[in-house]
Design a protein around this ligand. Sequence first.
Ligand code: NAD
Length: 256
Amino acid sequence: MLNGKTALVTGSTSGIGLGIALELAKQGANIILNGFGDHAGPKAEVEALGVKVGYSGADMSKPAEIATMIDYANTEFGGVDILVNNAGIQYVAPIEEFPIEKWDSIIAINLSAAFHATRLVIPGMRAKNWGRVISVASAHGLVGSAQKVAYVAAKHGIVGMTKVVALETATTGITVNAICPGWVLTPLVQKQIDDRSAKEGISVAQATKELLGEKEPSLQFTTPEQLGGLAVFFCSPAADNVRGVAWANDGGWTAQ
Ligand code: NAD
């Protein structure tokens, strides 16, 4: 379905981003990976699906590096047809103890990076009259939780930006939507489980059970594969007129 298209997935050396990259590649899309840490392993995994794979090590907190990444996509891949704004970090503390530099980096990576990447790919999408911008927000783009002031502010911002850019492109072949996952068992969440286990002196299994029980009625993690499936749907002709939605995939978290 996506043969000949190129998807740039930010923060795709791990977790949800890698899951989405793999599902888009299964549909034939060429993939540009981005993120920190080992990228050779993820690159080989996507290449095994028979598509062209590139990599940019751009730090998503730096607008100039985002611009360089988009230049690379234009030169080496003929542009970005599908942009998945996924890179993100977390920090947990009450507002009066929240480090200013953590606020700044969460807003930069989880919100401003999506603004920069989106503004830079929209012209190429307009020229082709086809494009997909899919931003990985969160259940925290729809509701709040204590101790996550920067993350919740950034994710609500993503949902707002999604609506605005969807309106600005509403008469074109470009659609702009957000995905709002509940808990997904990735390194980002494993850290929160480990911190809870250490703080409360309970086992990791018990901490996992408590984490799910607090928020997610299904008591199940959403998987990166399921989120990849949702991204594939947004790229399909069935979703040509799905514009500006914030689609929960959260085991009922935000239905409460
Ligand atoms: P993860 O830690 O497994 O992956 C994060 C990715 O972002 C990695 O590839 C990392 O290298 C990259 N990254 C971090 N900082 C970066 C930077 N400055 N520049 C470039 N890349 C950077 O986390 P994840 O759980 O897969 O999270 C992915 C997205 O999904 C995030 O936006 C997160 O907020 C969102 N999300 C996660 C969950 C969950 O339960 N895991 C739930 C809802 C939303």
